[in-house]
Design a protein around this ligand. Structure first.
Ligand code: GLU
Length: 447
């Protein structure tokens, strides 16, 4: 990290002021260490302490979420909402329900969300929230009571012009339904645009479910086009088997990619004949089972318990599971096996060491804040439809998503070239996102 520009000092201050929040430190470092050239070009940013202000959330809310399980036992979880930055629009970002959730995870996600949302070009600020609640093995009734309790506190901090949550890991259409129901009851308002990721039956947008995965693949398609290539005929692996992974696989298959592996936190499915996506959807979306069960239905597929998906040779790899799932050693294996294209469907799935390996190998690497922005961009399209009390067709919405992803790719590509690192999407995404936020902050004064 350049020590002369004051960036190192800002980073040390973030570490000191936010002790024990390793993922937040990592996310901040990954962004600000690339901002040297933009600070040099725009001295006003340093003068007005734009980076220091961006690193401090506008508001952080932590609260108790008590609920009763099916046996009548009282359970206590912790709820979070970190409202990071609202210069571009109401706070926007998902809720994550996972036992690993603590303030450091929510802050890393919220920080990333600021730049991701800025990159979409849409009027949305950055936030994130969630809980250490573990939905695994919980009944619908338990999930409902948990969501109702969470919203009983959270509702006072939300609003279509204030803060608009959506889903993330552990939060899908079922949870959004329970959350919306409780919000409506507490406020006596049918405020559709207060949550996104709603069911298309009652105010949700078509394509929102598919958007993060589809968008990641559109980003891959653009990176390949920039190198005169295409997805057609390429061997692909996709980590995870949740919402992002499923729809990334779907779009890869539609564009002629050969997807041979996916995974969950227990193991990897390798199916050389090509992943049977209908089966993955049934196992994960309908029956909420583990990916190991895939191998019971396809005898020619291999289940590799406890192994790393990154050891499988491929042309394209999409980490679509969770943070820091792809480390330096895995990155070396991928590159060594000939992989030339990576895009992050998950948030910060590649460790800093892994990113370095990809950059040194000069392969196409699309960072999450650009590559997975299609989800939140389609949330913004959902808000537009809600505001105009309109519903768009699948085709129209998907076309909008594709145009947005092309625009994000172009912005990153151009910013990287403008600041002397052509082809470096990490630098391009950080600078293009940061610049949009910084200009709005300058315009609004010291707030
Ligand atoms: N959780 C998603 C993300 O990481 C989507 C957030 C949203 O739609 O607001 O961007």
């Amino acid at each position: 990290m350049p020590s002369d520009s004051g960036i190192e000092r800002i980073y040390q201050q973030v570490v000191r002021r936010n002790p024990g929040e390793a993922e937040f430190h990592q996310a901040v470092k990954e962004v600000i260490e690339t901002l040297g050239p933009v600070l040099a070009k725009h001295p006003a940013y340093a003068e007005h302490k734009i980076i220091e202000r961006i690193c401090e959330p506008e508001r952080q809310i932590i609260f108790r979420v008590p609920w009763q399980d099916d046996r009548g036992e009282v359970q206590i979880n912790r709820g979070f909402r970190v409202q990071f930055n609202s210069v571009l629009g109401p706070y926007k970002g998902g809720l994550r329900f996972h036992p690993s959730v603590y303030l450091g995870i929510v802050k890393f996600l919220g920080f990333e969300q600021i730049f991701k949302n800025a990159l979409t070009g849409m009027p949305i600020g950055g936030a994130k929230g969630g809980s250490d609640f573990d939905p695994k093995g919980r009944s619908d009734g338990e999930v409902m009571r948990f969501c109702q309790s969470l919203m009983t506190e959270l509702h006072r901090h939300l609003g279509e012009y204030t803060d608009v949550p959506a889903g993330d890991i552990g939060v899908g259409a079922r949870e959004i339904g329970y959350l919306f129901g409780q919000y409506k009851r507490m406020t006596n308002r049918y405020e559709s645009a207060v949550l996104t990721g709603k069911s298309p039956h009652w105010g949700g947008s078509l394509v929102r479910r598919e958007a993060t995965g589809y968008g990641t693949v559109y980003f891959v398609d653009e990176m390949l086009k920039a190198r005169g290539e295409s997805i057609e005929g390429k061997t692909c692996i996709v980590s995870g088997s949740g919402n992002v992974a499923i729809y990334a696989i779907e779009k890869l298959q539609q564009l002629g990619g050969r997807v041979i592996a996916c995974s969950d936190s227990n193991g990897v499915i390798l199916h050389e004949r090509g992943i049977d996506l209908a089966l993955v959807k049934r196992l994960k979306e309908v029956e909420r089972r583990r990916i190991a069960d895939y191998a019971h239905e396809h005898r020619d597929a291999k289940y590799l318990a406890g192994s790393r998906i990154w050891d499988i040779p491929c042309d394209i790899a999409l980490p679509c599971a969770t943070q820091n799932e792809l480390d330096e050693a895995s990155a070396r294996t991928l590159v060594g096996n000939g992989c030339r294209t990576i895009a992050e469907g998950a948030n910060m799935p590649t460790t800093p060491g892994g990113v370095r390996v990809f950059q040194e190998a000069r392969i196409a690497f699309g960072p999450g804040k650009a590559a997975n922005a299609g989800g939140v961009a389609t949330s913004a399209l959902e808000m537009q439809q809600n505001a105009s009390r309109d519903t768009w067709s699948f085709e129209h919405t998907e076309q909008r998503l594709q145009t947005i992803m092309q625009g994000i790719h172009r912005n990153c590509h151009e910013a990287a070239a403008e600041f002397g690192s052509p082809g470096n999407y990490v630098l391009g995404a950080n600078i293009a996102g940061f610049r949009r936020v910084a200009e709005a902050m300058l315009a609004m004064g010291v707030i």
